[in-house]
Structures are given as C-alpha cells and as structure tokens.
Design a protein around this ligand. Structure first.
Ligand SMILES: Cc1cc2nc3c(=O)[nH]c(=O)nc-3n(C[C@H](O)[C@H](O)[C@H](O)COP(=O)(O)OP(=O)(O)OC[C@H]3O[C@@H](n4cnc5c(N)ncnc54)[C@H](O)[C@@H]3O)c2cc1C
Length: 369
C-alpha cells in the first residue's frame, strides 16, 4: 500500500488529505502547529471553489459563511469606487475553516503528527525519508504544502529563499459597521488593507505593508496611526471598530517570487508552489485548486495508472497552464497599489471604465472548478 506524506497542514495540505483519505489512500500529515490557530489571511474565499468543496463534502455551511458580492476600492487619499463582483466569494476565518477541515480529515482516517516540524526530505530514487526531530518517516509520495515560507525551503535550498522580501502582513478580527456583502480594499502608502465579513458577524481586517513603514515608525500601532489612517476610510475603520484580539497576528518576509511546483521530486501545492499577491483575494482558491489537481494525479499514481515521472511532469504542466499567468498578473496589478497617484488611477479606472476593472479582476481569478 502506498503511503502519502503531506508536509504542512494548511489549506492545500488539508484539502489533499481529505480528498485522498476519502477514497481510501493512506495519508499522514505533518503540521508544526496544532488546531485551531489563527493565521495572517484576509479570509475571503472565491466562489470558484464551491463546486469542488461541495463535491467532497467540505463546504463549511454549518458556519453560515457570509456571501460577498460587491467590491469597494479606495485610494491613499480616500477616493472610492464600487463594483459588483462577477463571481464573488464567501468569508470564513482560517481558525474555523482549517479546524473544520482537520476534523473532517481525522474522521476520514488521516493520521496527523501535530506540533511536529519536518526538517529534511530526502528522495532515494524510490522512496522519501523525512526527518522529524530524531526520527524518520518514510513515504512513497511527498506533497509539499508548507506555505509561503518554511524551514523546508531553507533545507531544500530553494532559490527564492536566498533573497529577502520586503512585505509584512498583519491581521485582526473586529466587530464593525460595514456592509456584510462587501469586500473593501483600502490603499495606504506602500500597502493595502482588506476588510470583509466572516462567520458570527465578525470581520477580518488584514493588510500588507512594506517593511520600511514598520521600520520608520517603530511599532505596528504607530505605523497604523501615521500611515494607514491617512486614508479617511481606514481612519474611521480603526476608530469605530471593536478589536477582538489583544494583539494582531503578524508575519514578515512574504515573497511573491517564482517557485517550482515540483522540486527534488516533492510535489508542491498552494503557496509552496507559488504565491499570488493577496490583493487578488485568490490565494486560497489557488491552494484548493492546486491540491485538487495534485490529489487527482497522486491517486492515478497510487492506482498504478501513471508512473512517477508522468505524475511529476503532468503536474508541472497543469500547474503552469492553470496558475502561472494569474500569479504574473497579480504581481503587475499590485504595482498600481500603495502610491497616491497610482491608487487614484486605479480608483478612477474602476469608477469610469468598469469593463477594464472587471477585466483586471478576471486576470487573477479562475473559473469555478
Ligand atoms: C496578508 C495576506 C492576506 C491574504 N488574504 C487572502 C484572502 O483574503 N483570500 C485568499 O484567498 N487568500 C489570501 N491570502 C493567501 C492565503 O492565505 C494563502 O494563499 C493560503 O493560506 C495558502 O495555503 P497553503 O496551504 O499553501 O499554506 P498555509 O495555509 O499557510 O499552510 C502551510 C502550513 O504548513 C505548516 N508548515 C510550514 N513548515 C512546516 C514544516 N517544516 N513542517 C510542518 N509543517 C510546516 C504551517 O504551520 C502551516 O500550517 C492572503 C495572504 C496574506 C499574506
């Protein structure tokens, strides 16, 4: 019997674990934390994922995730434009969604090694050996779903990890007075902040900033007061919201550099294969979709319908065809954000040339799958 080891139990890892265990494949997930836990993420999921989530009984309907159908963009100096979203999305916290996927996967027989960090993966031509602490685990296939930045990237000497990246992310849950069906993206100098509703009438307020903002003002709070709140929409949002954590979740060194979807025979999914800029609100859809494509190929391999070589080359091809252009488009569009004149331009464009705005959004989103 083939054994599949999934390194990283975030969205892509949990989706693949559920998919494979459901059809009787033996799966072990190694996750360095334990559920439930908060993550830096805007927590808006594109509706393109719904058919697939329903098909494997993973749509989190029991939490009544709000449906989001409208988009608002504001510029650094507070100009605003609104647009209906073609496809739209739904909101659910990662705290709740990942825990729900973990519970489902456990019920389906997935073996979890929690609070356990994979340190090294070695492929000997036939089998993988994974080092965890002073023990080794063996697998026939290893899926790398260890997210945007991991010690696995260092251990595997992946190219993108050699360069520093200037982006940091910060997230809060708040109670506030915002339309439940709207996601807003507010620009500020060298960054942007999203807000949209999740379960239990809470909202996620999450932003990406250049690390220079943090360096210059010394603390998150000072930076928020001086930089973010120059945008009048953010000023009233910070003033009028009830913040539900003592302190925010924060991460740094977020990189949007190109990566390889197959690296040293490890099959990468989600951010480990390539990260789309968060303004697109599409990273989770990409994580789910890449996990689906990969799981289908792993299943064919397990059933001896394709060889390892075919599995790897087919995944590489499919990943590039489906996602490479979207990641590129996300990087280009991100350049319109975070400066006064370009963010004004983006808002004006959205306001007066709606088809152009719709076109830009479509460049980073996929079709329902
Ligand atoms: C600021 C910001 C806002 C965002 N907003 C949105 C949004 O609104 N909508 C959207 O769709 N996307 C958004 N994203 C993107 C989205 O969060 C990611 O694309 C998505 O979480 C990727 O899922 P993943 O499975 O690849 O990684 P993750 O969900 O990050 O999971 C990786 C897992 O691997 C584990 N891990 C790492 N290393 C090891 C190791 N060595 N051993 C064991 N475990 C390990 C980690 O603990 C983690 O649980 C945002 C991202 C950022 C930075």
């Amino acid at each position: 019997m083939n054994c599949i080891v999934i390194v990283g139990g975030g969205l892509s890892g949990l989706i693949a674990a559920n998919f494979l265990a459901r059809v009787g494949v033996e799966v072990t997930v190694i996750e360095k934390k334990s559920y439930p836990f908060h993550r830096v993420c805007g927590e808006y999921i594109s509706n393109e994922t719904i058919p697939f989530l329903n098909s494997i009984d993973l749509f989190p309907s029991e939490f009544n995730p709000p449906s989001i159908t409208k988009f608002q963009l504001t510029s650094v100096n507070g100009k605003s434009a609104r647009l209906p979203l073609d496809l739209g999305g739904f909101g659910i916290s990662r705290y709740t969604f990942d825990n729900f996927l973990y519970r489902k996967a456990s019920e389906r027989g997935v073996r979890f090694l929690l609070n356990t960090e994979a340190e090294q993966i070695v492929f000997d031509g036939n089998q993988f050996r994974i080092k965890v602490g002073d023990q080794f685990l063996y697998g026939d296939v290893v899926m790398g779903s260890f997210g945007k930045r991991s010690r696995m990237d260092v251990a595997m000497k992946r190219t993108f990890i050699q360069k520093r990246s200037p982006y940091a992310g910060v997230k809060y849950h708040v109670r506030t007075d915002q339309p439940a069906d709207q996601i807003s993206l507010h620009n500020f100098k060298d960054g942007y902040c999203g807000i949209s509703q999740i379960e239990d009438q809470k909202f996620t307020l999450c932003y990406l900033t250049h690390r220079d903002n943090l360096k210059k003002y010394g603390s998150i709070k000072a930076m928020e007061e001086v930089v973010l709140q120059k945008n009048p929409f953010l000023k009233s949002l910070f003033a009028d919201s009830e913040f539900l954590y003592d302190r925010p979740e924060a991460i740094n060194e977020i990189s949007f550099a190109t990566k390889q979807p197959v690296d040293n025979h490890v099959l990468m999914a989600g951010d480990a294969a390539g990260m789309i800029t968060p303004l697109c609100g599409n990273g989770m859809a990409l994580a789910i979709h890449s996990a689906k494509i990969l799981s289908e190929l792993i299943l064919q391999f397990v059933r001896k319908e394709i060889s390892r070589e075919q599995m790897e080359s087919s995944y590489q091809k499919k990943w590039n065809a489906m996602f490479a252009r979207r990641l590129w488009a996300g990087r280009q569009i991100q350049q319109l954000f975070g400066a006064e004149w370009t963010s004004n331009l983006a808002v004006n464009l959205m306001h007066s040339v709606k088809p152009v705005a719709g076109f830009l959004i479509r460049q980073t989103h996929g079709s329902p799958f």
